[in-house]
Design a protein around this ligand. Structure first.
Ligand code: HAM
Length: 447
């Protein structure tokens, strides 16, 4: 870690060697910097890139009629135990608070959403379509694409049984990734069904209480040695070969075919493949489930989701019973994928104007101009302290400002503003009061 270097080191008179280090962040957590300069650019997480991803997520979700919500990052521990499955409970950041409450940082958004939906379902017409971009916390072993905190776009539809809702959600998932420049040659949505797996399980094992254990083995087949998987399947009454044969059959069930047809009608069929290798690790899924992956298989899943028709009933202690479905798309994998495909645009300070103060006797008038431009909504910068003209100009170029403006005193004592477009290098003389309007008009005309 670049920051984890001794800051200074000296030998104290009494044998003590004191090493002072810059305090570092916790492992698995990220600092987000304004887009850094090369070469640090590739080592640091960029806040500009994060805003770019979140901005696209928000715009696409709104285009699909989804409304934004949020909840608390700290929840009662009980919200997760028994509902999300052992794996995620083992990864909780949990503690007892000063009021003796057992609490946990949210590892996922779905239980919070289920709690919120159950509490206020009467305030909303069904179905309701909601999205959120929460930061989530899981005490996982740090690896590529796996951190101890990440952000997720969560999109969920509550109160709709029809499979049209599943198709709507998958279309939104696809468009969220397309909105960031990815195409059907970059990613694929692998569609599966917990129903199909439940039927397969029930046809061979009568003990329904063992189904989740079986699903967990299937979920990890890709990442586990075959002998180990076979040994875990045997006590449940399954042979590894028959499980593999079911996966490779790949025949869509009637419900999956309905979803595929609706995606085909939208021209999105190429993005989806039926793949029973997907089953989802979380305990609450009930029907169609899906995951999105990069086609080259270099990264872990970008996104995962499905139906969870009983979770709201479970979370509300049986008081509210609403079908639901949704997905979570993580920012970590997505950021790495976009970077590797060269799909992150260059980010700049986004300045409309840099006001050059070459004559210090015009500083007060220049400050007035800066203020006018900012009040007109134009991002404007200037040198806080006296500096040579060429140094200020260089700074304007570094900041990628669209224009520079400088005031000049005329022989008759009046002032003139010189507005220069930094790309075309064209310079126009203007009255200082006209500058804001001219810049805004040029921006409107796409210059
Ligand atoms: P999940 O599969 O646990 O689903 O997470 C969804 C995505 O979040 C993953 O595919 C991955 O990209 C990202 N992700 C998960 N854990 C980490 C981590 N430790 N570091 C970086 N990225 C991570 C859920 O969370 C469900 N609640 C999604 C959902 C919403 N289902 C229905 N509605």
């Amino acid at each position: 870690n670049r920051l984890d270097r001794p800051l200074f080191c000296f030998v104290a008179p009494h044998r003590f060697r004191i090493l002072a280090r810059l305090m570092d962040r916790l492992p698995g957590f990220r600092d987000f910097y304004p887009e850094p300069l090369p070469p640090t650019k590739d080592e640091l997480w960029s806040m500009d890139a994060r805003n770019h991803i979140f901005g696209t997520w928000r715009a696409v979700a709104r285009r699909y009629g989804f409304r934004e919500y949020d909840g608390p990052p700290l929840e009662p521990l009980e919200l997760y135990t028994n509902k999300s499955g052992e794996e995620i409970v083992g990864q909780l950041f949990n503690f007892v608070d000063k009021g003796e409450r057992a609490v946990a940082l949210r590892p996922e958004m779905t239980p919070t959403l289920a709690r919120m939906a159950a509490a206020q379902e009467r305030a909303y017409k069904k179905p309701f379509k909601w999205f959120s971009i929460p930061q989530l916390f899981r005490y996982e072993k740090q690896q590529k694409g796996r951190k101890r905190e990440h952000f997720q776009l969560n999109c969920d539809i509550i109160g709709e049984m029809d499979r049209a809702a599943d198709a709507e959600l998958i279309a939104l998932l696809i468009d969220s990734l397309r909105g960031l420049g990815l195409t059907s040659t970059d990613f694929v949505v692998r569609l599966s069904s917990r129903n199909a797996w439940s039927e397969f399980f029930a046809s061979r094992c009568p003990d329904a209480s063992k189904a989740y254990e079986f699903f967990q083995v299937v979920d990890k087949l890709d990442r586990t040695r075959p002998e180990e998987s076979a040994a875990k399947l045997a006590p449940l009454g399954f042979k590894l070969e028959e499980v593999q044969a079911f996966i490779s059959s790949g025949q869509p069930t009637a419900e999956l075919q309905l979803i595929l047809d609706q995606l085909a009608a939208r021209g999105l069929r190429d993005f989806v493949r039926v793949d029973y290798g997907v089953i989802r690790g979380l305990a609450y899924y009930t029907g169609p489930v899906f995951e999105a992956f990069d086609i080259k298989g270099e990264f872990r899943a970008i996104c995962g989701g499905g139906r969870y028709d009983h979770l709201i009933k479970q979370v509300s202690g049986g008081k509210v019973d609403l079908p639901a479905l949704g997905f979570g798309m993580g920012d970590v994998v997505l950021f790495e994928l976009l970077k590797s495909r060269g799909l992150l645009p260059p980010f700049t300070a986004g300045l409309s104007a840099y006001v050059l103060i070459e004559d210090e006797s015009l500083r007060a008038d220049s400050l007035r101009l800066v203020q006018q431009l900012r009040e007109a909504g134009l991002a404007t910068e200037f040198s806080l302290t006296p500096a040579k003209g060429d140094k200020q100009f260089k700074r304007a170029l570094e900041l990628n400002a669209v224009h520079t403006v400088r005031l000049e005193r005329q022989p008759d004592g009046s002032q003139l503003a010189k507005l220069k477009h930094l790309k075309t290098r064209e310079e126009v003389p203007l009255q200082p009061s006209e500058v804001a309007q001219v810049i805004a008009a040029q921006a409107g005309a796409g210059k």
